[in-house]
Design a protein around this ligand. Structure first.
Ligand SMILES: [Zn+2]
Length: 132
């Protein structure tokens, strides 16, 4: 017997168009980006001005450009491959301020050594070097 498996796998419209539609509650990230859930694929999406939405864990050129302006911490869920939060590092912060911020973020997100959640410091200088 041959059965048509139409229910096997259905792709969401945004998979083709890459246009994600926000659904429900929107939050504002620390760096001012809007974060929401896509009504089609239920993934975390983010937008800088509320018009175009990109996958939160995908390559967001706007966010990439913005991240070049200042150093920041990225809190990453390694298991899910997802950025949970970003924290801007004030310009001209010394190592002490950075270490202090690190500790605060680690406490807030319950980061443990060897755990699924990692904090990465993206330094402005490093980002610039990668671009050249
Ligand atoms: Zn989507």
């Amino acid at each position: 017997m041959f059965t048509k498996r139409s229910d096997a796998y259905s792709l969401t419209p945004c998979w083709f168009t890459r246009v994600h539609e926000p659904d429900g509650f929107r939050e504002r990230d620390d760096d001012g980006t809007l974060v929401c859930t896509c009504r089609h694929c239920r993934k975390r999406i983010r937008s800088r001005e509320g018009k175009t939405w990109n996958l939160a864990d995908g390559l967001d050129l706007d966010a990439l450009a913005a991240s070049c302006i200042s150093s920041h911490f990225s809190v990453i869920d390694v298991e899910e491959g997802m950025v949970l939060a970003r924290y801007k590092v004030p310009p001209n912060s010394d190592e002490l301020v950075i270490a202090d911020m690190w500790a605060t973020i680690a406490r807030k997100h319950g980061v443990e050594a060897g755990g699924d959640v990692e904090i990465r410091l993206v330094r402005h200088e490093d980002v610039l070097q990668k671009r050249h």
